[in-house]
Design a protein around this ligand. Structure first.
Ligand SMILES: Cc1cc2nc3c(=O)[nH]c(=O)nc-3n(C[C@H](O)[C@H](O)[C@H](O)COP(=O)(O)OP(=O)(O)OC[C@H]3O[C@@H](n4cnc5c(N)ncnc54)[C@H](O)[C@@H]3O)c2cc1C
Length: 400
């Protein structure tokens, strides 16, 4: 599957940061992890820290799946508003999912400190009404989130204009949010794992899995075996090659990074994350060198040839979306890219076991909160593998 095309900003900014070997022998390990993106890296980090012997394998060079394409906003807010999700799965479960995403941001901050990773930054997050008709949704959403215990303010049109310099009928300003460089974080985690004795092999594709009574045997494209007691599947959107159950709708999304804006004044206040109620939603963040990263304009197909043909058109549309909000700022897109994206029926990830594949645990953080979901997956899978009960696991289970 072609997961991304174009010039993802993080990849341009950082390039190829580390080199990893490919697997040239057959090996044995306690836990084999398929996928060296942020989900596989975080899960491996948790497992290695718990003293388990782990090996991560990736078909591509490390990070070159969806992770390098990420715009890396960290939000506790899911793709489905809490008020909407509550109607689907109940307030208690929906609020718990929101709270877990919020906690995941703090966890990422703590891990960043522990591994001396500097490209994490706390910010606020502004969810604004795209249209007048969405004012009601914003007001109801504010009440639901307040009830769930989040720190936030409801802003009127005047307050949005005064604080952020653009027009919107109403918005919710949340204290909790952050940005990270997901690609660099993945490398930093994997480097830590290697120092602690874990194995990381890239350009090593798992082509077949044999399920045995006491474990699994993974067969690679070059004919080597990885014999493991357990396997964690963190293969991202390529999970469709492993699991026959339809758990994710694949579609296409677009993003741009502008030239740096040569003004000493930031484009908007505090580097707050901005996103709106449109469907598909528009989102933006600032970089340290005063570029604007803008994403959205999703399409409901994932045919990659069709997706890639639209990059130029989507770049112009995202620029236009920005200009509507900030007509006085000249924004010039410098890098554009597109990626496969996925949504689930309830905007929640799939984490845990699947009854057709023994000894296997899935870390599948689909959607706009992919990165916070990866943290939740790592925590739940650690508990499952070490035999600890996890009271939240059922929220994300394949059986839900
Ligand atoms: C344009 C865009 C913007 C995004 N913005 C955000 C954002 O702002 N915030 C956010 O939280 N999320 C965002 N996401 C989502 C986020 O990037 C993903 O959720 C996250 O990167 C997924 O990580 P992953 O490790 O699960 O998957 P991946 O990074 O795709 O890693 C999976 C890895 O598995 C490997 N693999 C697959 N099959 C095999 C096999 N058979 N053998 C060996 N290896 C295999 C692949 O090569 C791949 O590297 C965005 C995504 C896109 C495309």
């Amino acid at each position: 599957m072609n997961l991304t095309t174009g010039y993802p900003y993080s990849l341009i900014d950082n390039g190829l940061v580390n080199t990893y070997p490919s697997l040239t022998d057959s090996i044995k390990t306690e836990v084999a992890i398929i996928g060296g993106g942020i989900s596989g890296a975080l899960t491996a980090y948790y497992l290695v820290n718990a003293g388990l012997d782990c090996v991560v394998v990736d078909a591509r060079s490390i990070g070159l799946g969806s992770t390098c394409a990420s715009t890396s906003l960290l939000q506790y807010e899911l793709d489905k508003p809490l008020s909407v999700l509550s109607k689907q799965i109940g307030f208690k479960s929906a609020a718990r999912a929101y709270t877990m995403c919020s906690e995941a941001i703090d966890t990422i901050e703590n891990i960043s400190v522990k591994i001396n990773f500097k490209l994490f930054e706390k910010t606020k997050s502004l969810y604004f009404a795209a249209y007048k008709k969405d004012k009601k949704l914003i007001e109801s959403e504010f009440e639901y989130r307040k009830k769930a215990g989040f720190q936030l303010q409801l802003l009127s049109d005047k307050e949005v204009q005064n604080k952020f310099g653009f027009a919107s009928p109403s918005a919710i300003l949340s204290e909790q949010g952050a940005t990270i460089d997901a690609y660099m974080f993945t490398h930093a985690l994997l480097q830590t794992i290697i120092k602690k004795g874990g194995g990381v092999f890239d350009r090593t594709k798992v082509t077949k899995i044999e399920y045995k009574r006491n474990g699994v045997k993974l067969i690679t494209g070059k004919g080597h075996y990885i014999t493991a007691g357990k396997v964690v599947n963190a293969s991202g959107y390529e999970i469709t090659e492993f699991v026959d159950k339809k758990i994710v709708n694949l579609n296409s999304t677009y993003a741009i990074a502008s030239e740096h804006i040569q003004s000493h004044v930031p484009v908007w206040k505090d580097g707050t994350l901005l996103w709106n109620t449109a469907d598909p939603y528009l989102y933006m963040r600032l970089t340290k060198d005063n570029r604007v990263i803008i994403g959205g304009r999703d399409e409901e197909f994932y045919n990659t040839a069709k997706r890639d043909k639209l990059i130029k058109k989507k770049t112009a549309l995202l620029k236009k979306d920005f200009s509507k909000l900030f007509p006085d700022i000249e924004l010039i897109p410098e890098f554009s890219w597109t990626g496969t994206f996925g949504s689930t029926k309830d905007a929640l990830p799939y984490i845990g076991t699947y009854n057709k594949t023994p000894h296997t645990y899935y870390a599948l953080g689909f959607g706009g909160n992919g990165i916070t979901f990866s943290v939740i997956a790592a925590e739940i899978i650690l508990d499952m593998i070490t035999g600890k009960k996890n009271k939240d696991a059922s929220l994300f289970s394949f059986a839900r």
